[in-house]
Design a protein around this ligand. Sequence first.
Ligand SMILES: O=C(O)CCC(=O)C(=O)O
Ligand SMILES: [Fe+2]
Length: 345
Amino acid sequence: MTIHTKPTQLPTIDFSRFYGSADQRAAFIGELTRVLHDHGFFYLTGHGVPQSLIDDVLTISKRFFALPEQEKLSIEMVKSPHFRGYNRAGSERTRGEQDWREQLDINTEGVPVASGPDTPWNRLYGPNQWPQALPELRALLLRYQAEVTRIGIDVLKAIALALGQSENAFAEIYEPQPSQLLKIIRYPGREAAGSDQGVGAHKDGGFVTVLLQGTVPGLRIRTEEGTWIEAPPVPGTFVINSGELLELATNGFVRADVHDVVTPPRGTERYSVAFFLGARYDARIPVIPLPEDLKRGERGVTADPLNPIFREVGINHLKSRLRSHPDVAARHHPDLLHLLERPKT
Ligand SMILES: O=C(O)CCC(=O)C(=O)O
Ligand SMILES: [Fe+2]
């Protein structure tokens, strides 16, 4: 058996090789298989998103967070039953602890949909909240959301191939409308934050996350051995990571590494834009029959008693939103709080 030591930094994958010669594509897919198994985290280059769009999104995010507090609070998330809008630093929670970041959450632009006892996740559909004081934000973020959705779907097709499946293996659970949660985020410096927890240690939930970092580091990833590696911003790249949905669908062959963000040092601030591509809320997570050579790499999936994950996509997402935003839950969804009760042992 070969013992390979894993690098102390994340690998970089050049997506343009997916569209290259047959040899390039095969080498790319093989590399992706290894990376998915080792971390599920990598830097992506060759993604085709214009640098001007990336720059514009980071610039407008800074302008949004620089708005007077009352403008930001006019679209506070607690006003939206659909978990859309602005949250002050300290108002979101990871595993019960406050995250020191302010953020604006948007999702697929839509209209409210009636929900019943069997479809509580319908409450996630609805309109976004946009700031009147920054009218350009809407068109720019929706354009960016469309672009990172395209990247996410392309990466997912490559992932399906890397798992020995046809490239559309996941299409039946994301078509015609994947979930598209987009967050613009600002982490205040240590002097303004209440703790070192920018965002607490967690796994992402969906298929893949497409993360754009500004210029200030802070993201850390916990490897399978339990050591933490840093993933500083690299200009022109996105950080891509797999979510729990892929871990569950592959019985743990794909890793969804735990990660966090450390509060930036005194006198600095960190900006990032995170996009979470998920399946349709009414889908169920399938078990993918992996080819024999990959099957040997299945680790199984261990349930986290604080955050148990289920095969129903919509319930997982709704529970994660209720848990992260107790104020929205209490105001709009008191009848759903039983979903967060821990199973009796
Ligand atoms: O801000 C970042 O760099 C990462 C944020 C993150 O992990 C998340 O929001 O899930
Ligand atoms: Fe994350």
